[in-house]
Structure formats: structure tokens, C-alpha cells
Design a protein around this ligand. Sequence first.
Ligand SMILES: [Zn+2]
Length: 449
Amino acid sequence: MFMIKNITIATVDISDNLITDGVIVVEEEKIAWVGEKYICPYNEHDMDAVIDGGGNLMIPGLINAHTHTVYYLMRGLGMDKPLKTWLSDTIWPYLGEINEEEAYLGAYLGYMENLRSGVTYVIDNYYMAAKSKKNVDSVFKAMNDTGIKGMVARGFHDLNFNVPEIFMEETEEIINEYKRIFSKWHGANGGKISACVSPVNLLYTTVDSLEKTIDLANYYKACFHTHVAEAKFEVDKINARFGKTFIEVIDEYGGVNERFHSVHSVWLSKKEMSILSDRGGKVIINPASNLLLASGIVPVESMLQRGVNVSLGTDAPNNNQDMLESMKLAAILPRMENLNPLAVSAKQALRMATIEGAKAVGLEGEIGSIEAGKKADLVLVNMHSLHNTPCNDMIANLVYSANQSDVLNVYINGKEVLNEGKFNNLSPKKIVDDVNNQMIKLNKRVSRL
Ligand SMILES: [Zn+2]
């Protein structure tokens, strides 16, 4: 049992309680007690360790609800292009070449980057098994080996909409592959890891596979994670094919429920928002990616007004997985929808990066806030850096001033992963060297294409 004292605690509980001069007591994997020091029933002498938080801010472990870690092997490539060209000229040629070892290194690097920025749970969307179907196993293995919690969303294409042939799979093949993945990885690493189904986008999905993957998600009680209405042309294409919108089509087949993830959702209609709200479907926004690709501005204010759950991811067209940066963008970008500076508050942005993400993965009883009985996924943020001084308002500083370099300590299930910004058991130098060395080989192979 250990105690962390001398901290301000952003609990992100139902009333967004902020506890000054707070104490957290951790027993085994869970938070045993949280509150103000002067009413703490625990004695320091009974603790195995007492950690002084130095007057800094403790937040729940962040939840990066949408990224593609392996894509970060292409970091910096294909910038300054629209989504279609970014995919066709840069991402697809590389994805077609990436082997099992490279998928492992890309994912491992991505998980370390997430941990370094205070992320304790990640939804990693890996798609397209071109070289080897085992690439996705490499992603799961990297998740297991780094110790981060998360869900791997294995994507697929079975309808060719200008996608290279090597990325196409037969519907039955996809379903069998999901069955293999679920039996091997769902609930792995003591329950820290799970799987979900993930048609990349309705654009590339047959009605047959849509129906079958919805059935599969229901069978496993798993999430259904898919890109929805990211770019405007997608909405027009779906309308031309079905005479309906994304959410209307998926809902017609029974796919929209509380485990449904509508990733991006830039061009959702008001009707689609109402369907999501009625069914408990979740929206996952990625503001940095939307800005970078000029996809548009997600109508977050309209969604929140309709009671839609909105959580947050970094995505891959972003160039970093700094959830603190994304949290700032999640607060300020939605203000453009109605030119309303009150559209999303700093507190709401923090909720999107924590408890709302926990709801998206159905783990709100376990993670996403600092409350007694929950898993001790905790992040200590330095409030004494130059850019966080003076600290007149910790939540305002966290959302509008801080960045990933301010993350000091990270705990997952009560186990310290990062201390004073340094990893306890993982080596940044090794993964940086390994990735750089491997990229020489990968770049050579891609340049020969
Ligand atoms: Zn994405």
C-alpha cells in the first residue's frame, strides 16, 4: 500500500471535484482512498511508501480513443496533402510493405510515446493486412510488452473503392481472422488488452461484412470502431450508394449501440447526432488530424447539446500522440462551429480525454476518474514548468498551457511506469535506435516500388 500526498487532484468524478492538498492511497491495483489530507483515515507510517507530489496536479490516466500507432513509422511523410492523397501516395505504399517486425516496432514506439504523454489506455486502429495477417499480432504483442492498457481495432476492406488490391480481403476470411484474434487476444495481459471489430470505413465495406461484423461485435460484446464522415466527399459517396447517411445505414443494420464508435464524425447531420444520442453511440473526435488534413470542424457543440458522448483521440495524420495538445484543440476548435467561446470548457475537454473515453470502451466503472475502488491509473503533471507559471488555475493550465513534457509520473493499475519523466522499465533509446535502423530497410524497399 502506498500514499501520494501534496497534490491537487482533478478527480473528473460526476461533479468534477478538484481536491486541493489531496491524498491518494493505493492498495494493490486500486485506489483505496482519495480526499483531502486533513480527513485522511490512513496513517503514513502504515504505508510501504509515501510519495510527495510536490504540489503538482494529479489527473486520471488519459485515454487516447483513436490512433494508428504503426502509421507513425511514416511520421513526417506526406504532410501538406489532402486525406485521399496522403493515403494513396504515402500511407498505402508503406502499409503494403510493413512486415511483422516493423509493425511491432511501430506499435511499441507508439505505446511508449502515449505513455510518455500520460496515456494509460489507447484504442489502436491497425488496418490492412497486406504483407502478413500476423502484423496485427505484433501490435497486440507490443501492447502486451509495454504494459499499456488498450484495445486493438483490426480494420479491413472488402469493397474496392480505389484501394490497392493487396489490401482487399474476402468477407469470410475477415470473419475467421476476427475469430482467431478474439480467441487469442481478447482479455490478454490480465484483462488490460481487448479486441474490437473495425470496418475501416463504410466506403470500403460490403453490406454482407457490415452485417457479419455487427453480429460478431454483439456476440463478443465488443466495440465496433469505424471512421465516419471524416471528409465531405465520403458523405456524398455514401449518399450516392445508399441514399442515406453513414449513421442511418449502420443503424439500419443494428450497428449503432453503446459500443459503437463513430470516429471523426466531422460531417454528421443533426439526424445522425440524434440517432447516436438515442442509441448511446459514441463519437471520437481527432481535432489535430482534422486541422492537419483540413477535413473540417466537428460540430461538437451540437453533439453535446443532444447528449452525445464525445471522447478524444490523436489519430495518425497529426505527427504526434500528445494527448495534452489534443485536449487543448478539443477545447478550442469546436468554438468555431457557432463562434461560441463557451462551446467546450477546459473541464469538458479533460472529461473527453478521460471519463468519456472510458465510457466509449465500457470501462467507466474501472478507469477514467480518480475515485475509490477504481483502478489506480494516475498521471502526475508538473505545474512548476515555465509555461505553467504562475499557476492560478490548474485545470486551465493543464488544458491550455501544458504539454507532454510536463508529465512526471504515470501509474497503471497502481504500478509506476514513468518517474519524473523517465521510464522505469522501458528504454526510449533502444526503441529509437531500433526504429531508425529498421526504417533504413523499409525506406529502401518502398523506394524500389
Ligand atoms: Zn483514423
